[in-house]
Write a protein that binds this ligand. Structure first.
Ligand code: M6R
Length: 612
């Protein structure tokens, strides 16, 4: 987590860094800081709270400089506070450093430094690494770059760091392992950031720094080296992203904008791949590896959070349509439990950011064991995308709201196409059903648009239940993962406790929670389980629970037994999740708004979880 930005060039550096930090706040927002060098003097300004609070705190101060590094934090070591905010200063006061990641062996190094007389102002692992670098530099009489290289060889953990030295105001030194770093190349200037969003306004030419690389960045020079001090050739890529895509575009919140973008983002995801008229699906990543995918004796799906829920939907799709066994794994469990992986095993990795540490590390170890990795990723050029042998981007565009919405439906769209394509290649689906499902999938963008045309009912339900302390979300079959996703969305941005459960499982425990105060959201669209879900609803009503149903347009039964109802258009049950999730995203959004929560930046969360 944490967002980092740096600038060196002819322009005023602080405003560029400040603006960039605002764009990166989705990565963390519990404290903010910047460091600049003014006429040989290193200055650090930092503050607990969001970027705007730092901005206010430095009003009237001289922030003039052509070099600046900045940080927006998501706390790992040490509570959010002014003193734990980055950048940190070295004991000799000459170096300032900021860091995204975790130094796992910091305690041992800190002990060594304490015994040498070093003092620490913060509780962070970052300040330890910084003073470790200073110590090496002083002892070895080495350059800062050499000292950094030596320090990094001793470090266990993940990092992206930016480092400046008041004696060298012409250079920013950066390094990465496990946490992302992009460098934008301008004319006589360079931009550094955790992702491209702070850079896009100024240049489209970028270099994604690789793990174990150090960048020595001056206004008109970029040198990349590995930890063995060998120069690396920077691979310059052109960004395919517009500034408008990362701005709010008239909506009050990014989350709302992203919910409303879904007809377009799903359409973009299908475009050029789902050739509806020809009943064909073209996906280069799948086409080129169709044998590996369809001959797999099993497929493992590895992901976290919302992406894990997309994986669960894919499990239902792939097992039903392709008849290949699928296991869906939490990346954080998978990476530590020594899973059985044979060469050629297929792993589908799902990630919006492409930077989630647990997913990334799980994939690295599976890749070492010979697994074939297929990435379903949103962020182009991200670490997971680069680590995968093949993949398909979700093309949802930058997702800024912490709660994942359009990236989720993008993942479902990609996974739907994959499942259909694999089923067709494997011959496990009849031609008739294949054509029917291709047509149904093509209809999704329009149907999502229909759901979004009138949100007034959902707003009024949110108003009615905003005071509830718990929610239960229930669904069966394809709608079970959507019950989980609905509950996660509610927890994230309303701070209301919510649980998702398979509807039938409810009577094995959660039913004890039901009373007249408990809202129970049933995802109950018309599918093969419909009658059974209706019985589950009766069971809740018999215990006076408040039923809120997501139902198929035209359903005349559910309105008679629900306290509130949200309709979605009819669709084959395989693709029901793409529609039934939309009202649940909106319900969470409006409850969050009525409760006065900053839905784009809910407490304790970060968009990109780059620490384990
Ligand atoms: O970037 P990823 O898809 O790998 O992120 C995984 C989770 O951290 C993410 O889905 C998280 O659960 C979201 N906040 C959900 O809205």
């Amino acid at each position: 987590m944490c967002g980092i930005v740096g600038y060196i060039g002819q322009k005023e550096a602080y405003p560029i860094v400040l603006k960039g930090l605002k764009r990166l706040e989705y990565r963390g927002y519990d404290s903010t800081g910047v460091a600049i060098i003014q006429e040989g003097n290193l200055q650090v300004h930092k503050k607990k709270g969001k970027v705007a609070e730092l901005e206010e705190a430095v009003v009237g101060k001289n922030m003039h400089s052509h070099i600046c590094i900045g940080h927006t934090r998501w706390a790992t070591h040490g509570e959010p506070s002014d003193r734990n905010a980055h950048p940190h200063l070295s004991n000799n006061g000459r170096l300032a450093m900021l860091h995204n990641g975790i130094i796992e062996n910091y305690a041992q190094i800190k002990k060594e430094l304490l015994s040498k007389g070093y003092t620490f102002k913060s509780d962070t692992d970052t300040e330890v690494l910084l003073n470790f670098i200073q110590d090496i530099q002083d002892n070895n009489k080495s350059t800062l770059e050499e000292a950094l290289r030596i320090a990094l060889k001793r470090i266990v953990g993940a990092y992206c760091i930016l480092l400046i030295d008041q004696d060298d105001p012409e250079t920013i030194i950066a390094a990465r392992k496990g946490s992302p770093l992009v460098i934008g190349i301008g004319k006589g200037e360079h931009f550094l950031a955790s992702d491209a969003s702070p850079i896009i306004e100024y240049t489209k030419e970028v270099v994604y720094v690789n793990d174990y690389e150090i960048a020595i960045v001056k206004a008109d020079e970029l040198i990349l080296k590995n930890l063995g001090n060998e120069k690396q050739t920077p691979f310059i890529q052109k960004l395919d992203m517009e500034l408008a895509a990362i701005e709010k575009g008239g909506y009050d919140h990014f989350m709302l904008k992203e919910i409303f973008e879904q007809p377009d983002t799903i359409f973009d995801c299908l475009r050029g791949r789902l050739l509806h008229d020809q009943h064909q699906i073209v996906m280069a990543g799948v086409d080129n590896h169709i044998d590996a995918l369809t001959n797999a004796s099993r497929i493992m799906i590895v992901a976290c959070g919302t992406s894990w829920h997309a994986g669960l939907v894919a499990e239902y799709m792939i097992e039903e349509l392709c008849r290949i066994p699928v296991e869906v794994e939490y990346a954080s469990e998978f990476r530590y439990r020594n899973p059985v992986i044979h060469p050629g095993d297929v792993i589908i990795a799902i990630s919006q950011s492409g930077e989630t540490a647990d997913t990334l590390v799980a994939l690295e170890s599976a890749k070492e064991k010979g697994a074939f990795i297929f990435g379903v990723v949103n962020a182009v050029g991200s670490s997971i995308a680069r680590l995968s042998h093949a993949g398909a981007y979700t093309h949802a565009g930058p997702e800024i709201g912490v709660a994942s919405t359009k990236a989720f439906t993008g993942q479902l769209a990609v996974l739907s196409m994959m499942a259909l394509k694999m089923a067709k290649a494997k011959g496990s689906i009849s031609d008739e059903r294949y054509v029917h499902l291709v047509n149904e999938l093509a209809s999704v963008p329009e149907k999502v648009k229909e759901i979004l045309t009138d949100t007034s009912k959902i707003e009024s339900i949110a108003q009615q239940y905003k005071g509830a302390s718990d929610f239960l979300y229930l669904g069966r079959g394809y709608n079970f993962p959507i019950a989980l996703e609905g509950a996660l969305k509610l927890k994230e941005i309303t701070y209301i406790h919510a649980e998702g459960y398979p509807a039938a499982e409810m009577k094995h425990g959660p039913i004890a929670l039901v009373d007249e105060n408990l809202p129970v959201v049933f995802v109950a669209t018309k599918d093969m389980y419909y009658e059974k879900v209706v019985s589950n609803i009766q069971e809740i009503k018999a215990r006076k629970g408040q039923v809120i149903a997501v139902a198929t347009v035209g359903d005349t039964v559910l309105p008679t037994m629900s306290d509130n109802i949200m309709f979605v258009p009819e669709i084959d049950e395989v693709f029901a999740p793409l529609l039934s999730v939309i009202p649940l995203q909106l319900l969470s959004y409006y409850v969050g708004i009525y409760k006065g929560i900053d839905v784009d930046k809910p407490r304790n969360l970060a968009k990109s979880v780059t620490v384990e």
